[in-house]
Design a protein around this ligand. Structure first.
Ligand code: RB5
Length: 173
């Protein structure tokens, strides 16, 4: 399979381990960044990685940030994406079987690497159960997002923020 991956600056090391894991299983990985610990922001990479799935360039997506909350929320704003934030194998399986989730997200600071690998295996191995009921609910969920042509595929969508952050405009935490 072709797997689109992405993370924020909190967990690029964990993402690289996941990338190597996926490759060792024979998958092709599209790594959308970020690539180091330099401060950035998860919506950029959630959007970028999710768009590869939405455009069918990739079959599925795997996303990470510290908790998984920010990057999964961002990915879910991309039309056609059903991203599930999971912390266990059963939920990963459920997400694919019933929701036909096409992106899985985990918290690299929350979930250990062994469990993340098990979660990914469960997600990739699970098969969507195509029933009229599941189809109906998925169609409803997908119809919640209206395609915004100004942002889809727009690599400059976050430029204004990136410029501000680069100039030190990022609020101190
Ligand atoms: C850092 O930006 C941190 O908030 C992020 O990695 C994540 O935990 C958010 O859900």
């Amino acid at each position: 399979m072709i797997i689109s991956i992405g993370c924020d600056h909190i967990v690029p090391d964990i993402k690289m381990r996941i990338s190597a894991y996926l490759k060792s299983k024979g998958h092709t990985v599209i790594d959308n960044g970020t690539y180091d610990f330099v401060r950035t922001h998860y919506p950029i990479f959630g959007k970028k990685a999710a768009e590869k799935v939405a455009s069918k360039e990739a079959d599925l997506g795997v996303l990470l940030c510290g908790t998984g909350v920010g990057i999964s929320s961002s990915a879910n704003k991309v039309k056609g994406i059903r991203a599930a934030l999971v912390r266990d194998v059963s939920t990963a399986k459920y997400a694919k079987e019933y929701l036909n989730a096409n992106v899985i997200a985990v918290g690299g600071r929350i979930t250990g690497i062994g469990l993340i690998e098990n979660i990914i295996d469960a997600f990739l191995d699970a098969k969507y159960i195509k029933t009229p009921e599941n189809e109906k609910i998925i169609k409803k969920i997908d119809s919640l997002i209206v395609n915004d042509k100004d942002q889809f595929g727009n690599e400059h969508f976050f430029d204004e923020f990136i410029e501000k952050w680069d100039k030190g405009g990022y609020p101190k935490e």
